[in-house]
Design a protein around this ligand. Structure first.
Ligand SMILES: Cc1ncc(COP(=O)(O)O)c(C=O)c1O
Length: 382
């Protein structure tokens, strides 16, 4: 038997991780500026994360959502402290796509409508409704075509106003920062206008914080930079620091009833223990401030480099737009300098999503080697 070959592979086999480094079996160290698709938030194998997982595995790894659970209270308290959204409610699931699927479903229940407004270059996952809301994705199968979607240019508030005026929209979904599309930021004024329009038309605003959330942007959620409050907030990736978990934060206006949403594994004991440990670590180690500081340092230095056309991002979610294809440089960084970086659907963009514990020394280590790589790029691409 073999695995269904849907992933392209790099020729590296990490077997151990610590902080923002990976190690291969021969003891070689690799700097991880990608965090396995932006998943590693507090750091690879963080001791607190390991203890939370091991202690819970020894006590009770799983029971269903049909019993009381002593892990609920500490998790909700940590969420309240970090988000300030004390009147929102939490639904836990297993991935980012599933979080978006449930958020869109709640919006559709609420409005009784089907159409979703999404944005060009946006990505929301590979399950049915999440995939349909994703712009321009080659993974769309005929079976995914059921939900009508209007794709609009990001940062075009007038287009949103026009779309909502039609009166058939169930939800507006937007990423806190567009990730896979090439790291594009929704402007604060745009998010504020969309918030106003959604309120005016009573259409739920879904903020997809699957990639940009959990401290990555320097704030807990990226939308906080715009000072707005969404109706539904979806999360995954950094939430579990490698443990598969997703969630939706739900404004109190959405009514629940048993069976409305549900999943067997959502909110299992291991996930609850791990997410609480991630939240407490973000808080106690000041990782959001660190992401902001290291991100600023990186972005300032990158902006001055020859061959860099633009640098976009916030905190440790950074897109480097080059004046040529990024893939050869990415390979060079990986094999010559042992540095992991990410790609984007824009072929000229290199994406950085390092663990939030990355400091200035590691940032400088990358900058030196990246500048060297840019200087020799004519030979690399030849
Ligand atoms: C913004 C955003 N939303 C949703 C998803 C889907 O998450 P998952 O792969 O956990 O289903 C992703 C994955 O990259 C993402 O970047």
């Amino acid at each position: 038997m073999q695995f269904f070959p849907v992933y392209s592979l790099f020729d590296v086999e990490p077997v151990r991780g610590r902080g923002c480094h990976l190690y291969t079996a021969d003891g070689r160290r690799w700097l991880d500026l990608y965090g396995g698709h932006g998943v590693i938030s507090i750091g690879h194998a963080h001791p607190r994360w390991v203890s939370a997982l091991v202690d819970q595995a020894q006590a009770l790894p799983f029971y269903s959502n049909s019993v009381r659970n002593p892990l609920h209270a500490p998790l909700l308290a940590a969420f309240e402290r970090l988000t300030g959204l004390s009147d929102y409610q939490l639904f836990l699931c297993n991935s980012g796509a599933e979080a978006n699927e449930n958020a869109l479903k709640l919006a559709s229940f609420y409005t009784g409508r089907r159409r979703v407004v999404a944005f060009e270059a946006g990505f929301h996952g590979r399950t049915s409704a999440a995939l349909q809301a994703t712009h321009n994705c080659a993974a769309k199968a005929p079976i995914n075509g059921g939900m009508p979607v209007t794709y609009l240019p990001l940062n075009d508030a007038e287009a949103v106003a026009e779309a909502l005026a039609a009166g058939d929209v169930a939800a507006v979904i937007v990423e806190g920062i567009q990730g896979i599309g090439g790291v594009h930021l929704p402007e604060p004024a745009f998010l504020q206008a969309v918030r106003r329009l959604c309120t005016e038309h009573d259409v739920p605003l879904v903020l997809d914080e699957v990639q940009s959330g959990f401290g990555r942007s320097g704030r807990f959620f990226a939308f906080e930079h715009a000072g707005i409050a969404p109706d539904l907030i979806t999360m995954a990736k950094g939430m579990g620091n490698g443990f598969p978990v997703g969630g939706v934060l739900i404004h109190p206006r959405f009514e629940a009833r048993p069976g409305l949403l549900g999943t067997t594994f959502g909110g299992n004991h291991l996930a609850l223990a791990v997410v609480t440990a991630v939240l407490e670590t973000l808080e106690q180690e000041g990782l959001m401030a660190q992401a902001e500081k290291t991100g600023r340092y990186l972005m300032d230095a990158l902006a001055d480099m020859e061959g860099v056309r633009a640098v976009r991002g916030r905190g440790l979610m950074i897109g480097i737009e080059l004046d040529e294809a990024a893939a050869p440089l990415r390979k060079h960084l990986l094999y010559q300098h042992r540095i992991f970086t990410g790609s984007a659907s824009d072929p000229n963009v290199l994406r950085l999503l390092p663990p939030l514990c990355m400091g200035l020394a590691e940032a400088q280590y990358f900058l030196d080697r990246f500048e060297q790589t840019l200087a020799t790029r004519k030979t690399i691409t030849a």
